[in-house]
Design a protein around this ligand. Structure first.
Ligand SMILES: Cc1ncc(COP(=O)(O)O)c(C=O)c1O
Length: 339
């Protein structure tokens, strides 16, 4: 099967498996796993920051960040399409006692002036605005990327108002590959960055929370409380180090594959509202002679799995396990569908 539902579906490559099997490990709750320590300092260095923390998932790194940046009763500004708002099980309320202030952005991206309009004044009736969360790339925005100047404006506003800024960078390396922006530019703009290893980078497990030493020390305490302290997890961290060394430069191939599939879709009259394809995620509407379900069933009969994500929309995600030959097959299949 050619599985295009998500970039989380990848399996470790032979090189990654070898690195995992050969990893030197220790007890990370004691701070003694050399492979985890190596990954954490590698990632911090890439972003020009002091420290990072290896965690089981991107949900956990986001939730830890929200916990360390807020107090119960605080408000968190984010896009109405943000993963922290719609896909983390109400975690910011459950774990941190916070409420979201969702803002309707453009393909999951919000602006400094939108943020400014929803920052609460110091009024006892109002929740304290404590945190702004951005997502880059924005998953539900079709893998859209932020303009760096907008982030710089949001950063300046947050600094002026004493509000923390967190980045859900689950697919940040996709954004960097697509825009030419650098990890250090992002490292200098956020109080914390969550980076997933288990998406475009192809690891079986793992995310990193990146920030300054004091924040990461506190994050380590919260990770323990959330049950995320792992022991000989260096086997997993070794996959992360391998991915940072071998799977970053190739992300442009996934983006090219997404563009090829988009071109095939664009020729079909039943496809509309295809979001601009900047990275590895395609979101589009299926109407007319097909609907998302019938479209997905038809493709499945030809060995291709896609994901209906709403009554009108389908999502396709390219990734490490999708080869150029598979992309050709997908394009031919789409082109063969009757209009
Ligand atoms: C933008 C974004 N943030 C966070 C996550 C959470 O990652 P995990 O599945 O590792 O919890 C995802 C997962 O798809 C995501 O797309």
């Amino acid at each position: 099967m050619i599985d295009l539902r998500s970039d989380t579906l990848t399996r470790p490559t032979p090189g990654m498996k070898k690195a995992m099997m050969e990893a030197e490990v220790g007890d990370d709750v004691f701070g003694e796993d050399p492979s985890i320590n190596a990954l954490e300092s590698l990632a911090a260095g890439i972003f020009g920051r002091e420290a990072s923390l290896f965690c089981p998932s991107g949900t956990m790194t986001n939730q830890i960040a929200i916990k360390v940046h807020t107090q119960p009763g605080d408000e968190v500004i984010c896009s109405d399409l943000a993963h922290v708002y719609i896909y983390e099980g109400g975690g910011m309320a459950f774990n941190s006692g916070c409420q979201a202030r969702p803002v309707q952005g453009d393909l999951g991206r919000i602006t400094a002036s939108q943020v400014e309009q929803v920052i609460n004044p110091p009024d006892d009736h109002k929740a304290r605005t404590a945190l702004v969360c951005l997502e880059n790339t924005a998953n539900r925005g079709g893998g859209s990327c932020y303009d760096l100047q907008e982030i710089i404006r949001i950063r300046a506003l947050c600094q002026k108002k004493g509000i923390r800024l967190h980045l859900d960078g689950a697919r940040l390396f996709n954004a960097l590959a697509a825009t030419g922006q650098t990890a250090r530019q992002f490292g200098g703009l956020f109080d914390s960055i969550s980076l997933c290893l288990s998406k475009g980078l192809g690891c079986p497990v793992g995310s990193l929370l990146i920030g300054d030493r004091d924040l990461i020390r506190e994050a380590r305490r919260v990770r323990k409380k959330f049950g995320g302290g792992m022991r000989q997890a260096g086997f997993l961290a070794a996959a992360g180090t391998y991915a940072l060394n071998h799977h970053v430069d190739r992300l442009v191939e996934d983006h090219e594959h997404a563009r090829l599939i988009a071109a095939a879709l664009a020729k079909k009259s039943f496809v509309s509202n295809l979001f601009p394809v900047q990275t590895n995620i395609l979101i589009f509407s299926v109407t007319g002679s097909w609907n998302p379900e019938t479209f997905a069933v038809q493709l499945k009969q030809q060995g291709i799995i896609v994901m209906p994500i709403s009554p009108t929309q389908v999502r396709i995600v390219t990734h490490l396990d999708i080869s150029p030959a598979m992309v050709d097959q997908v394009c031919a299949c789409i082109e063969g569908l009757k209009d």
